[in-house]
Design a protein around this ligand. Structure first.
Ligand SMILES: [Zn+2]
Length: 140
């Protein structure tokens, strides 16, 4: 960044950086040139230090973990809502079948089929939830 106008430096020839304001029609009076090699080396050194710093790495992992946990909670809530809606739908069907006043054997068979579907759904939802809690990031 230019010390006079605060603008960005830009390449000037193969060896130098210069204030972009100076090269773009004289918006800035700073005609100092800086060697690319020296600035590039300083930037790379700073980036290397930042990227290999244990505290920065720990914070990065923490941010990713928090985001993964937030997403898992959101998906879990959505899945539970979908499961609950499906269970309610099956409850309504079971009640509707009972209200039809069919022959007892027919009612029993229809309710048993719907109830089996309902139990399978509840079991699958419980398993799904169990898997998620066992597989908490970043260990999975
Ligand atoms: Zn400038």
């Amino acid at each position: 960044m230019c010390g006079v106008c605060g603008g960005n430096l830009t390449g000037n020839g193969v060896r130098d950086y210069i204030c972009q304001g100076f090269t773009d029609g004289g918006r800035c009076t700073n005609d100092l040139r800086f060697r690319r090699a020296a600035i590039d080396a300083a930037v790379v050194a700073a980036a290397h230090e930042y990227l290999t710093d244990d505290e920065q790495i720990r914070r990065g992992i923490e941010r990713v973990r928090a985001e993964l946990e937030r997403r898992a909670r959101t998906e879990d809530v959505a899945a539970r809502r979908a499961d609950a809606a499906e269970v309610r739908r099956l409850d309504d069907k079971i009640n509707a079948v009972r209200a039809l006043d069919l022959p007892a054997a027919a009612t029993t068979a229809a309710v048993a089929a719907l109830d089996a579907e309902r139990r399978a759904l509840i079991e699958a939802a419980a398993q799904h939830k169990g898997q998620e809690s066992m597989c908490a990031p970043p260990r999975c």
